[in-house]
Design a protein around this ligand. Structure first.
Ligand code: OGA
Ligand code: NI
Length: 367
């Protein structure tokens, strides 16, 4: 093969003797994810997990201590402290795009059981887990490693099991047995919190309490449950590359290992785990409909030598059969609409086409 031909096959400039596509394919076909690699005893990362040097942070001084992600106590949200809480949510959503919530009503034991069950799913024998492995977006429950494996420039050190609730609750039989009870219980509580947040976000935007519910902006969700195995060379890769979420809102449960960071005023700031807390972050779709009032901010997860780490991200989405554009209340002569009309299917198609490590998806829809 001529050099030119080889170079065309390796558009990212890899060593021409390295068959990246083949390695990626073998990894995917193993259906055992990153956990499978680790269990096979590897001490060096396969090359397709290695990120460009300039993007991987130095592990000693990565997080800025200048800033602290807001922590909002939801105690009294119905009455006595509602105004105070609304102000805190507004401030955090405009400046950070992130906040942590405590006393949000989801029992700590429900969250602990969920994290334990997710770990148990990922730690099952390969033969049991393999049956769930798929890249078919039409499946309601599936396990995979790196949703963007086939389009991303570099892979991340994590595996995921995902539940898609776009068509409503799932038949209990659809869940893997190891996590069935825990996921059903967790969802029962998360859906209540989703309703509470739909009202609080509406009011924090200065709209009527039922506004986001009426336009069905917080209608359904996919729940992605990540497993970040310990990493033999954490300085070469990521748990998750920097990205912003395509959702309206994301509600995130993380265990106590740490590694999640948000980009704030050009600094990467740790979102320190608080046992019993949940993290909320504004997604791209909320930024779009609020005409940039609320910000969807980039975040990432560092790979770690201590682990495994588990997290559960509930991505709340708008109605898939409706079109959305910036809400009238946020448009005026001085502040014209910044985005064109779109729907979540088109948005996700664009988001998925570029990989987590590509540029942000939102500017593509900017007028
Ligand atoms: C996500 C995400 C962070 C985490 O699923 O979009 O950013 O801590 N997850 O797993
Ligand atoms: Ni995210």
């Amino acid at each position: 093969m001529s050099r030119i031909m080889k170079e065309q096959m390796f558009p990212f400039g890899e060593d021409v003797n390295y068959d990246r596509a083949k390695e990626v394919k073998e990894f995917d076909e193993s259906k055992t994810g990153v956990k499978g690699l680790l269990d096979s005893g590897i001490t060096k990362l396969p090359r397709f997990f290695i990120h460009p040097k300039e993007s991987v942070p130095k592990h000693d001084a990565t997080s800025s201590c200048l800033f602290h992600v807001p922590v909002i106590d939801f105690t009294g949200y119905e009455k006595c402290r509602r105004l105070e809480i609304l102000n805190e949510i507004k401030e955090a959503s405009e400046t950070w795009g992130f906040f942590q919530m405590v006393n949000h009503g989801v029992p700590v034991w429900v969250m602990d059981d969920m994290l334990k069950a997710i770990k148990e799913f990922h730690e099952q024998p390969s033969e049991v887990k393999k049956k769930w492995y798929s890249r078919d977006h039409k499946l309601k429950v599936r396990y995979f490693s790196n949703g963007d494996l086939l389009v991303a420039k570099a892979a991340n050190w994590r595996d995921t099991i995902m539940f898609d609730f776009h068509d409503g609750p799932l038949d209990p039989q659809a869940y893997p047995l190891v996590c069935r009870e825990a996921v059903i219980k967790f969802m029962e509580h998360i859906l209540k919190l989703r309703e509470i947040l739909s009202e609080l976000m509406s009011e924090a935007l200065g709209l009527k309490r039922d506004y986001l519910a009426n336009i069905e902006c917080m209608k359904s969700e996919t729940v992605v449950c990540h497993y970040y195995p310990t990493c033999p060379e954490p300085e070469l890769t990521f748990g998750a590359t920097k990205h912003s979420d395509p959702s309206s809102l994301t509600i995130l449960l993380q265990d106590t290992i740490g590694g999640l960071q948000v980009l704030h005023q050009n600094h990467w700031v740790d979102i320190n785990p608080i046992h019993g807390a949940l993290v909320a972050n504004i997604g791209d779709f909320m930024q779009l409909i609020s005409n940039d009032k609320f910000k969807s901010v980039e975040h990432r997860v560092l790979a770690g030598s201590v682990g495994p780490r588990a997290s559960v991200a509930c991505h709340v989405y708008p109605n898939a059969s409706k079109k959305y554009r910036p809400i009238e209340e946020f448009i005026s002569d001085e502040n014209p609409p910044k985005y064109r009309e779109t729907d979540i299917t088109e948005y996700l198609t664009h988001f998925r086409s570029k990989g987590l490590d590509g540029c942000k998806a939102l500017p593509y829809f900017r007028l």
